[in-house]
Design a binder for this molecule. Sequence first.
Ligand SMILES: NC(=O)c1ccc[n+]([C@@H]2O[C@H](COP(=O)([O-])OP(=O)(O)OC[C@H]3O[C@@H](n4cnc5c(N)ncnc54)[C@H](O)[C@@H]3O)[C@@H](O)[C@H]2O)c1
Length: 290
Amino acid sequence: MNIDDVKNICVVGAGNMGHQISLHCAIKGFNTVCTDISEDQLKKAESFVDSYLPGRVKKGKMTEDEAKAARSRIRFTSDLKDAAKDSDYVIEAAIEVLALKRKVFADLDKIAPPHAILATNSSAIVSSRIADVTNRKDKVLNLHFFNPALVMKLVEVVQGPHVSDETTKISMDLCRRLDKVSVHVKKEVKGFLLNRILLRIFEEAEWMLEMDVASVEDIDKACVFGAGHPMGPFTLMDLTGLDLAYTMGLESFRETGDPAQLPKPHLVEHFVKGEFGQKTGKGWYDYTKK
Ligand SMILES: NC(=O)c1ccc[n+]([C@@H]2O[C@H](COP(=O)([O-])OP(=O)(O)OC[C@H]3O[C@@H](n4cnc5c(N)ncnc54)[C@H](O)[C@@H]3O)[C@@H](O)[C@H]2O)c1
């Protein structure tokens, strides 16, 4: 198999990441099916597509014909079987829970054609913790997009010990066709490449808040105006989701047994109140006032 054999992409999960990954695939010429267990999320994803594409035309970023063609290449369904049965490449972007991902991959292994590559967009769960539920371990890998997936260029292609060179090559080629910049992560290390660096920053920012060294606003300002980051760590967490940061902290604790990995008190406070960041209107910042 090579990249020319990849025509149909299935994206599992229509949330923060999944709806944008699937739309991006459709814009770049792939027949794309986006699936989710939540009809509500699918509706939201579809209405995003229906407002995004005309918006791009209005801004002169896309012709009307290009927008129409992209729209015709994407569809939404809550039926996993229907979504994955003809896929050449699957990108799973469901919630960050290991047991759930293992179940999804076991199902996908039965549904998707034998040649299909099954990738997970997980931020922290390495594919070797999932691949053993399939009969195609060599075709199961991490393909890690960044948020917002329509905008961010970087994609990490993580080659665990079970992943074949062919799967890695096709995945890197797919990124090129998606007009992304891919990096080959040669080992399954925690946090992969960029998040490993960013997590150190998040962690230090949260400790400084816990110790009352500075406010959320001032920690963000320091990173933006002193280090030249496009946004501070708290603003970035609001964008990526505090629920994700919380879950990642818990998963990390379960993996290492290190209490320092547990979500910090301020993060827990926001989490229990359902303040997950931009998607709920409130997180470290209050977006309902803007
Ligand atoms: N949010 C980010 O910034 C970011 C960045 C890179 C990678 N990721 C990873 O992408 C994945 C998705 O994250 P997100 O932020 O989009 O989460 P999200 O909570 O916004 O969306 C997850 C979606 O998965 C759906 N879902 C739950 N169970 C499902 C199932 N069995 N089958 C199909 N869909 C199911 C939910 O209904 C929801 O719509 C996670 O693994 C996360 O680690 C997230």
